[in-house]
Design a protein around this ligand. Sequence first.
Ligand SMILES: *[C@@H]1O[C@H](CO)[C@@H](O)[C@H](O)[C@H]1NC(C)=O
Ligand SMILES: *[C@@H]1O[C@H](CO)[C@@H](O)[C@H](O)[C@H]1NC(C)=O
Ligand SMILES: *[C@@H]1O[C@H](CO)[C@@H](O)[C@H](O)[C@H]1NC(C)=O
Length: 621
Amino acid sequence: MATTGILFLKFIFLLTLYAFVVDGACNAGEWRCANGDCIEQEALCDGTYHCNDQSDESKENCLRTYCPRYAFRCSYGACIRKSAECDGNKDCVDNSDELQCTKEELPQTNCSGDEDNNFQCDSGHCISEYNVCDGEAHCSDKSDETLKRCLKTTCPSYSYRCAYGACISKRAVCNGIHDCIDGSDEVGCDTPRPPIQPTSGSVSPGKNCALPSSNGLFAKDTETNEIIRFGGFLKSGSSYDYQCPKNHILLGALKDICNGGELLSASNRITPTCSRYCNHQILRKVTTQAVCKYKKNTINCNDYILPGTTADIRCQYGYEEPVTQVHSITCLESGDWDNQPYPCIPTCGSTPLAQKPFIYGGYTTTITNIPWQAAIYKRNAVGRYTHICGGSIVTAKLVVTAAHCLWDRQRHEAMHKSLFTVGVGKTRRDYYIEDADYTPQFSNISEFHIPLYFAADDLSYVADIAVLVLNNAIIFKNFIVPICWERQSTVNKEIESNVIGKIAGWGKDETGEASEFLKFIDLESISKKDCKTRVPNYETSITADKFCVKSDDLNNSICDGDSGGGFAVKKMNNKYYLEGVVSTGLKPPEQACGGDSYTTFTNVRHHIELIGDLEKANRVY
Ligand SMILES: *[C@@H]1O[C@H](CO)[C@@H](O)[C@H](O)[C@H]1NC(C)=O
Ligand SMILES: *[C@@H]1O[C@H](CO)[C@@H](O)[C@H](O)[C@H]1NC(C)=O
Ligand SMILES: *[C@@H]1O[C@H](CO)[C@@H](O)[C@H](O)[C@H]1NC(C)=O
């Protein structure tokens, strides 16, 4: 057998060095600084300046950032790793991670897991640490207001310290009410006391203002960084930043000034409050989308979701409702959603009808004709991506291609996953050129899987199939749709003859050069027996998991660069199914494409367990 006779459908690239011009806008995954520079999206609000104008670390741009539980939130909104809090380094640009480090660490208790009620009473109940030593008993056994507990408390200078150590409002002293649970605020008040005066000599003696009380709201003196907590007073003439405990959002005034006994916020009727909010991540799924309403107004679901907000759940484009679906969910006072939406189910294999006329060597097409077509790119030594193969989208996270596309034939092993990237929604072959009408999506791959018995070295190319797992889930559009595949392992594994399949690619056309535009052709399968008879030299390449396709049209054939593309067959339900993956061409390498040519396809029905298992392991919600 003349093994040299196998024309490996390899890839010949024209190193077309197109300049990558960006007109003002930033690329996907990038964020635009106020001065127009582009930075990586991840660099936004990360505690370090990346924009020259510092706009990436500003209150305006970061205040609405969500920090995950494992992160620390800088006072202007940026998220840094939690371990950076109080580590002696300035990790937030405003150093807010190092400002509240004297706080007494609560001992590890059964309440430690609950961020909001993380203080454990002796009785075992969990209450908020903000309610400890505030003069009022919150634990049923009053263990939050004891001498032992409160002795070490330091009260802000403008609050009153009860005999056992709790801090209460100075106004509460001698008002006839026991505001300290030991009544020490009412001891020795036989004669009414004069109005409370500030004791600090340097401040002009204006009236101070009580800190508004709301779910653990506290204020920070912008000059001294002194923290005023519940029961404390804001000094007349000083300015303060308000802050809320974790899992709360600050509404109303962010800053305040006490002006002769009245808070600026109060006179502007924007009293600061700390409110719980619901996690919005549940609304940002791959398969579902939500429309959010708060007080009858439609709001952005990416904003803080306040209690009382309802979210109407719909399926994303390209998905349909599961049998049971929750259509509306509501954010409760507790900051929890009352229900969970179910993931929607992808609708595979459908194409819009528009089709452009025959041009040459196959139909030039828009991606809408082959919306499952993916382009596989390989990074070269200088970091530029060149097209190497085609592929087919089978789920939002999986793309099927040929194993030989990822194989290093010199080293007899698969190349490293980091060399490859996948584009979908591409009509243009060139990674750097986009079709004006369709915005492509790109993803690197987190892993790929090739059957262990893939045989490249004996040139039989058994099991020439690979499944790529994408880093970023694909967002389906009318020009980006997954292809269906037979999920039943009981179906007949053989592909009958005369089955017509749609094959797309950017391979060489009749000019001998790789096509700049995506093209497709319809070709028919032939029986294995026929195939072996007609191309006797390549009998061994027609392995059990392959089928043959013949092209006798000089202008229409599969050629170099088409590898990995799918054989898409329209079924009774009018949907396209992935039946094959372009593997090898059966003709001498010196012979050009076109004319009487035969191509083998890896029969996908032989490999559905691989795809099915990976689908399960990489579910999208
Ligand atoms: C925590 O809970 C466990 C089981 O309920 C109990 O045995 C243990 O004593 C508790 N620890 C504290 C510190 O209360
Ligand atoms: C893929 O990885 C490369 C190298 O790490 C990176 O430059 C590129 O931005 C990544 N592409 C995507 C779409 O994430
Ligand atoms: C192939 O293309 C050439 C020119 O591109 C055309 O003249 C010829 O008719 C085509 N052949 C077929 C079979 O379509």
